[in-house]
Design a protein around this ligand. Structure first.
Ligand SMILES: *[C@@H]1O[C@H](CO)[C@@H](O)[C@H](O)[C@H]1NC(C)=O
Ligand SMILES: *[C@@H]1O[C@H](CO)[C@@H](O)[C@H](O)[C@H]1NC(C)=O
Length: 210
């Protein structure tokens, strides 16, 4: 019955104009200024996402690439990401508060791929991520990975059926997945594809944007 619901929801959403897979398009925007207050702050408060630690508000890695940053920021559905000084990845809902910089200021090859540029000194190489306007949800096993944060990364709604969960999630850009608990008549909407540890053993059905 649960599987039927997921399938039914997918085809319902398909009818109103969905692409089946969550295809991501990555486009380069330009080189932008930064300072120690940090222009791109979408990861503020986040301590870790799955196995990746966040050094508020960015991920630092000796093997940073554009591809890593893009896939990482997509876990939170962020529309922009930025790379700085070869090793730092920022995710954000906006960018550019300190204005554009000269293209030649973004001159650092990425630590993990020297054919790619990862910003410069106080400079972000900024990219846009585009998602399909409407996406399908896939029901799957609850991920064993979790998100750790000083700020809430989920919110709850009363729900009688999984659809009461999927429809508000679909309508909210910062909802990436849901947990529907039929027993509790409750829906948990998740800001990242992974749940906070406090919800990871919820007895419910997990759906992620497809
Ligand atoms: C960074 O720039 C912003 C915008 O100009 C400014 O408000 C902020 O005070 C600056 N931060 C530092 C530490 O200079
Ligand atoms: C390194 O970056 C280049 C340019 O974006 C890309 O074509 C290549 O596949 C990347 N290499 C690896 C190992 O990911």
């Amino acid at each position: 019955a649960q599987q039927f619901l997921a399938a039914a929801c997918c085809s319902l959403l398909l009818v109103i104009g969905v692409t089946a897979a969550r295809v991501i398009q990555v486009s380069y925007i330009g080189c932008f200024n930064d300072n120690s207050s940090k222009d791109m702050r979408g990861l503020s408060g986040i301590k870790s996402v799955g196995e990746i630690s966040v050094s508020d508000p960015r991920v630092i890695s000796g093997s940073m690439t554009q591809d890593f940053c893009s896939s990482f920021c997509a876990l939170g559905g962020f529309p922009y990401f930025g790379l700085q000084f070869a090793s730092a990845c920022y995710c954000s809902w906006d960018f550019g508060s300190l204005g554009p910089a000269k293209e030649s200021d973004c001159d650092r090859p990425c630590n993990g791929n020297s054919s790619q540029i990862c910003g410069g000194s106080w400079r972000n190489s900024v990219f846009a991520l585009t998602y399909p306007k409407r996406s399908c949800f896939k029901q799957s096993q609850m991920p064993s990975l979790t998100v750790s944060s000083t700020l809430p990364t989920s919110w709850s709604l009363a729900a009688q059926t999984a659809l009461d969960c999927l429809i508000p999630c679909e309508a909210s850009a910062d909802c990436q997945a849901v947990i529907f608990s039929g027993q509790q008549h409750l829906c948990h909407l998740l800001r990242f594809a992974y749940p906070p540890a406090s919800l990871s053993s919820t007895d419910g059905d997990y759906f992620v944007r497809g």
